[in-house]
Write a protein of this length. Structure first.
Ligand SMILES: Nc1ncnc2c1ncn2[C@@H]1O[C@H](COP(=O)(O)OP(=O)(O)O)[C@@H](O)[C@H]1O
Ligand SMILES: O=P(O)(O)OC[C@H]1O[C@](O)(COP(=O)(O)O)[C@@H](O)[C@@H]1O
Ligand SMILES: [Mg+2]
Length: 488
């Protein structure tokens, strides 16, 4: 039986504990759909590739570290072109929409969807929905052609515009139906994928031949199951510029401190990777690792020690870090944005003020503190080279899946192989940095900052160590490991 609110699960069991968590297919609710030969068969670039078409039985394992006797565990359907397709080229009427916050690479995904559909499958009807979900019923559409999108990957943002809130499922599906759209590509984060999932359910209920495909977007890298999200690499790279500036500023003056705030509402991946990459950072604070300011083992004590040793220091803080501390000291009321996401208090400003006050009142030291908030500057840049290639693979995997009749899925790499993942798997949890894993330990060891863990937390972590740190298939895992990025 499916957990509440996730629709029907399609599970296929095999030998030795093998489970395929399959994605829906148009033929699940529209029987006897005709199939056609994949036009890529005659494409001069691809026809020379040995085994270009993906074998129908190919699946991708979610966990690749196993023991001799481990069950084979969860698998996902491998992405890629199929020999038979369920749409003829001139029958396809595709649309693309971008929702939620900006992220480097949105335009690249749009470009590659349009070029892939046009050049690989001969599709000529592609619409861009403007301004996010609400654009389906409240805004204009724009016609997308390979020519019109040719240069857009060099620009940040999204040429389609985006929004939060405004998801009205029946109005969206009415609009899809009225316009005769039969492939819907939805680029967005966890909220967007939840929205895509209900759109798919409504389309299924109405029995429409429409493929709904989610392409995961989040600069925070907090989408479950997939190795990492596009734009994350670009963000980590761009963050280096801010960290460098903070370092230069702080080492040029007496008692210099540079504070850099980076994005990461619930997860500190950008802050953690930017810190590990830079090597100029003395302390990194993330939402997953609570910290405290005063007393033994606290942040103030550490800052004092670093200043004594080096004369300056750089602190990186993820925007979601320390929110409970700020709320305590400011008696803040909960506020939400249009999509229901919690609005955060500015931890960078708050922390800077607290540090300055502490040193001037308690230590009689006037710090030279510079606070840098590059968050929106990072989010607004175009994707870097490696994200561009990644966006291309995502877009192509997405459109191959739609052409093959799959629907109601999100696409993304699992252990390096692009896969079709049921919506519920990417919306039921969010990825977070696991502070008892090796990667966070590497960070602690590289900055030599305090862990801020209470004695009890250390004991709990030790106890856990007596069991295998990397849980194996079939074992209970409430923590959400992000295989390739996080585990060594
Ligand atoms: N549970 C949900 N069901 C339907 N739509 C949702 C849900 N959560 C968010 N959305 C819609 O998805 C879009 C983007 O969500 P948001 O949380 O702002 O960004 P992101 O997709 O990046 O997480 C918004 O238009 C919002 O209304
Ligand atoms: O100012 P906005 O548009 O609400 O965006 C801020 C938020 O967007 C993010 O960059 C990403 O969030 P989403 O993945 O939900 O778009 C967060 O890190 C940040 O808190
Ligand atoms: Mg979100």
């Amino acid at each position: 039986m499916s957990p509440e609110g996730i629709g029907e699960q399609k599970l296929v069991y095999g030998e030795a504990g093998y489970v395929l968590e399959d994605v829906p297919h148009l033929t699940d609710f529209i029987p006897d759909l005709p199939t056609h030969t994949n036009p890529l068969q005659d494409n001069q670039a691809y026809s020379v590739v040995k085994q270009y078409f993906v074998n129908m039985d190919d699946t991708v394992a979610q966990k690749i570290v196993v023991h001799k006797s481990s069950p084979r565990g969860t698998h996902f359907r491998r992405a890629g072109p199929r020999q038979r397709v369920y749409f003829e080229s001139d029958e396809v009427h595709a649309c693309v929409v971008t929702c939620g916050g900006l992220c480097p690479g949105l335009n690249t995904v749009i470009r590659e969807l349009v070029c892939g559909l046009a050049y690989m499958y001969g599709v000529s009807k592609i619409l861009g929905i403007e301004g996010g979900y609400r654009g389906f019923y409240a805004r204009n559409t724009i016609t997308l052609t390979p020519k019109s999108v040719n240069d857009i990957h060099k620009r940040g943002g999204t040429i389609l515009g985006t929004s939060r809130g405004g998801h009205d499922t029946s109005k969206i599906v009415d609009s899809i139906q009225d316009r005769g759209i039969n492939q819907v590509y939805i680029i967005g984060g966890d909220g967007t994928q939840k929205g895509a999932s209900v759109i798919f359910e409504e389309i299924k209920r109405r029995g429409l031949k429409v493929s709904v495909v989610g392409i995961p977007k989040t600069i925070d890298n907090d989408i479950a199951v997939i190795d990492k999200s596009f734009g994350f690499d670009t963000a980590v790279e761009e963050a280096q510029r801010a960290i460098n500036a903070a370092h230069v500023e702080s080492e040029s003056v007496e008692y210099g401190i540079g504070v850099v705030k980076l994005m990461g509402r619930y997860s500190g991946f950008i802050a953690m990777y930017a810190t590990l990459a830079s090597r100029d950072v003395d302390c990194c604070l993330i939402p997953e690792s609570p910290f405290y300011l005063e007393g033994k083992g606290g942040l103030f004590e550490f800052i004092e020690k670093r200043l004594k040793e080096n004369g300056h220091m750089v602190l990186v803080v993820a925007e979601g870090a320390g929110q409970e501390l700020i709320a305590e000291s400011m008696r803040f009321m909960d506020h939400e944005d249009a999509s229901g996401n919690k609005l955060l208090l500015d931890v960078g400003l708050w922390l800077s003020q607290k540090i300055k006050n502490h040193f001037s009142t308690k230590k009689n030291i006037t710090l030279n503190l510079k606070y840098i908030d590059p968050t929106y500057m990072i989010r607004a840049i175009p994707s870097n080279a490696s994200d561009n290639v990644y966006c291309t693979l995502l877009a192509q995997s997405a459109l191959h899946g739609a052409m093959a009749g799959y629907t109601g899925f999100t696409v993304g790499p699992v252990n390096g192989r692009h896969s079709y993942i049921p919506f519920y798997r990417v919306t039921e949890t969010q990825n977070q940095v696991v502070i008892t894993d090796r990667m966070w330990a590497r960070l602690l060891s590289s900055t030599n900052q305090p862990s801020f863990l209470s004695q009890k937390m250390v004991e709990d972590a030790r106890q856990e160590e007596e069991h295998p740190t990397q849980l194996l298939d079939g074992e209970e895992d409430s923590r959400n490991h992000n295989g390739v990025v996080l585990l060594s």
